[in-house]
Write a protein that binds this ligand. Structure first.
Ligand SMILES: Nc1nc2c(c(=O)[nH]1)N[C@@H](CN(C=O)c1ccc(C(=O)N[C@@H](CCC(=O)O)C(=O)O)cc1)CN2
Length: 279
């Protein structure tokens, strides 16, 4: 029997509905609108699309979005100064720096300029450490979105073998931390892993975060596994060979309509939390 779909669009819309109600209550009670600043450096077309989607969703739930767009030739120092300004602005509750920045930028330094309390995208070392030690830091949004999606479908993780393919700072590594915190036994595969297929064949839960279209082959998937595809390759193609994987998996995310919408819902949920902590 083909896999059931983990519907990220539907689940994200449910989360956005709850956020909308909570924002309305906050504003009716005299509170400020939760405000997310989106910072984009350069004009990468995909990044323009993603930041526009984030601002649109923000406004759709009654939050305020503040657009900061900087030219591609912005220096690291100029970017740090912009982020520090937002960090010191009491009217800004959350700051998002869209990744990737142009290659001459020290992106890690720029992420670290975001105060942890406003790191609603979960990209700073402080958030990562808090998440890793279960101290309530903001989740990195894509891994956080995947966890929310698995929870929405009541899929058990405790004692399961999870394989994360990819070890990036905002995806693979925090994903492994969140799965570990949910008591899964976690393996991270990467470009030097000798036999990724063999690891995936053992996995009850597979998270594909490689950034290569259809890297994970359908016949690698263990029958009955749960598959989350965090790929967002050109042409809306994921990192998993979807149709073939769906023949074996029990649950699988579609692309589009799976992990992507959950990433943005998580960002907005965390922006509301940041605003509430600040109030
Ligand atoms: N600072 C960050 N940068 C980046 C992140 C991030 O979480 N923080 N993630 C990715 C890209 N990304 C958000 O920025 C993202 C990608 C895709 C989607 C999404 O909803 N995609 C839709 C399809 C969109 C379309 O039709 O064009 C889907 O999957 O249904 C949301 C967010 C890199 N950078």
């Amino acid at each position: 029997m083909p896999a059931e779909l983990l519907d990220g669009t539907k689940t994200a819309n449910e989360i956005l509905g709850k956020i909308r109600s909570q924002v309305a209550v906050r504003v009716a009670g005299g509170g400020s609108k939760p405000t997310l600043a989106t910072v984009l450096v350069g004009a990468d077309p995909a990044s323009i699309t993603y930041t526009r989607m984030k601002r649109k969703r923000c406004e759709s739930v009654g939050m305020r979005s503040l657009k900061v767009e900087l030219p591609a030739e912005t220096t690291t120092e100029q970017l740090l100064a912009e982020i520090e300004k937002l960090g010191n602005d009491p009217g800004v509750h959350g700051i998002l720096l869209q990744h990737p920045c142009p290659p001459h930028i020290d992106e890690r330094a720029a992420f670290e300029a975001i105060p942890t309390a406003k790191d609603v995208d979960g990209v700073t070392l402080g958030s990562f450490a808090d998440m890793w030690f279960g101290l309530g830091g903001f989740d990195s949004c894509t891994p956080g979105g995947i966890m929310r999606l698995l929870r929405a479908y009541d899929l058990p993780l405790s004692g399961k073998r999870a394989v994360v393919i990819g070890r990036s700072a905002i995806l693979g590594k925090p994903m492994a931390g969140l799965l570990l915190a949910a008591d899964a036994t976690v393996t991270i595969c990467h470009s030097r892993t000798p036999d990724v297929a063999a690891a995936v064949r053992e996995a009850d839960v597979v998270v594909a975060a490689v950034g290569r279209a259809e890297f994970v082959k359908g016949d690698w998937i263990k029958p009955g596994a749960v598959v989350a595809d965090a790929g967002y390759n050109a042409g809306n193609v994921g990192d998993v060979e979807h149709a073939a994987a769906a023949e074996r998996a029990a649950w699988i995310t579609p692309v589009p309509g799976g992990v992507g919408p959950m990433t943005i819902a998580t960002l907005l949920e965390q922006t509301l939390v940041a605003a509430e902590r600040d109030a």
